[in-house]
Design a binder for this molecule. Structure first.
Ligand code: AMP
Ligand code: MG
Length: 427
């Protein structure tokens, strides 16, 4: 597959007069190129089901038996044969035994008799209908029933939930608590799941220092590695921390080459622009598989993507908000694609009214940090977090959603619908 260089010209048809620089790669196209160039993990491991929440299934799960395994009562009441149901008026039946869940009733019944039954108890032989206890009149050991009941009511039939041999979960299923409960209900204890993805992270920049190092007027503390580390902390990822790399082609190449021996993906931040200290490009030119794109997105315009040996490489911009936006818009979908997750939407995008005017020119996607809030009558609205500079990390911290203003969109007026991606589906 060929990956476009930063010279790729993609035509757009902006609807307003004023547009941004041409030759930028639209977001959708960048994501399409990324996803089509990724390998999928084929390795799996076998784990107990309790350890598999948030992992991806890599086998078909079939039901070894019917669920429920036998006909049982859906309510507390009385089991009887439907031939004893009265067509009109009432019928009197004598109670001859009791069936509990886990303790069936062995006695059989004759015409005019019934069995007291609890929810979940196996339906006694000779009975085919259960009457709720609230619908009968009990007098000593005789019940009176009226004519409003039907044959077969209040019985959960064997196999009505799952049939023996039925395939119920498939490879690519992102495992949820419900899936774990479902497998437990079938007596399945161990399953095959995708192995963890190994992701290496690095910060670059001679000005960037670690927490604990002495601060000076020319240094900044590394925040990118921390936000990336936190964003990657999930059950299906193993993080390899490469630390802070100095701004030199040799240091970067050394570290990336070494990481590529073990990592499935390497993510760096900084050094992908065109400044004199932006050495990631020089470092990776020899590898021949990394392209440097200018994406039509704000924030997060420069992005490097490709391969170093067997590792997928993402060179994210240096600015802290740009790092997080590029991570959620490009890296997260790539990670989930590599893990073979087929049935989990990265995050739902919804349409919500903005209560604020937002300035925007067509020609690039703008990912604005927003606050989604519910009004007292229940409807949802969104507003921005205020200043939107790509270095203002507080805008991410204040936000609970991205407002995504699409490529061709112009300025938005208060009251218009905008696309919103809540963080709750992402983080
Ligand atoms: P660069 O793309 O390397 O020129 O970085 C762009 C901006 O992001 C500069 O102001 C950097 O100081 C800042 N920056 C780069 N890396 C980090 C980091 N790890 N943490 C916080 N800020 C950073
Ligand atoms: Mg830098």
């Amino acid at each position: 597959m060929s990956i476009p260089s930063n010279n790729t010209i993609i035509s757009t048809q902006p609807s307003c007069n004023d547009i941004y620089e041409s030759g930028l790669l639209p977001v959708e196209q960048a994501l399409k190129h990324i996803l089509s160039a990724l390998p999928c993990l084929a390795d799996y491991e076998t784990l107990n089901i309790e350890q598999t929440k948030g992992r991806t299934l890599s086998q078909i799960i079939k039901a070894p038996f019917n669920v429920p395994p036998h006909n049982n009562s859906a309510v507390d009441g009385y089991a009887l044969n439907s031939t004893d149901l009265p067509d009109k008026d009432v019928a009197l039946l004598s109670v001859t035994g009791t069936a509990y869940a886990g303790k069936p009733c062995c006695s059989s019944i004759n015409p005019g008799e019934c069995i007291r039954i609890m929810t979940g108890a196996v339906i006694p032989s000779g009975t085919d209908t259960v009457i709720m206890q609230e619908h009968v009149k009990l007098d000593n050991s005789t019940i009176t029933i009226d004519s409003r009941h039907q044959k077969g009511q209040n019985i959960r039939l064997a196999g009505e939930d799952i049939q023996q041999g039925e395939s119920i979960l498939f490879p690519g299923k992102f495992i949820t608590p419900a899936d774990i409960g479902l497998m437990a209900s079938l007596g399945i204890s161990e399953i095959k799941i995708q192995r963890k993805l190994r992701v290496a992270i690095a910060s670059t920049g001679n000005e960037v220092i670690s927490i604990g190092d002495t601060h000076s007027p020319s240094t900044i503390y590394d925040s990118n590695r921390y936000s990336l580390y936190a964003a990657l902390q999930r059950p299906d990822i193993e993080i390899i921390n490469l630390g802070i790399l100095e701004d030199s082609p040799e240091a970067l190449l050394d570290s990336f080459k070494q990481a590529s021996q073990t990592a499935d993906m390497i993510i760096s931040s900084g050094g992908v622009s065109v400044g004199d200290a932006d050495h990631t490009k020089t470092a990776l030119q020899q590898s021949g598989h990394v392209d440097f794109w200018k994406i039509a997105i704000k924030p997060g315009r420069p992005l490097a993507f490709g391969h170093i040996d067997n590792s997928v490489f993402f060179g994210l911009p240096g600015n802290p908000v740009a790092v997080m936006v590029s991570f959620y818009q490009f890296v997260l979908p790539a990670l989930e694609h590599m893990m073979g997750i087929k049935d989990k939407v990265c995050a739902p995008k919804i349409q919500v009214k903005t209560i604020e005017n937002i300035r925007k020119k067509p020609g690039r996607t703008e990912v604005v940090r927003g606050i989604l809030q519910q009004k007292s009558e229940g409807t949802w609205t969104v507003k921005t977090t205020g200043k939107q500079g790509s270095g203002i990390l507080r805008s991410m911290s204040l936000a609970n959603a991205f407002i995504i203003l699409e490529h061709d969109r112009c300025s938005v007026k208060a009251g218009e619908l905008v696309t919103v991606q809540p963080f709750s589906g992402l983080f």
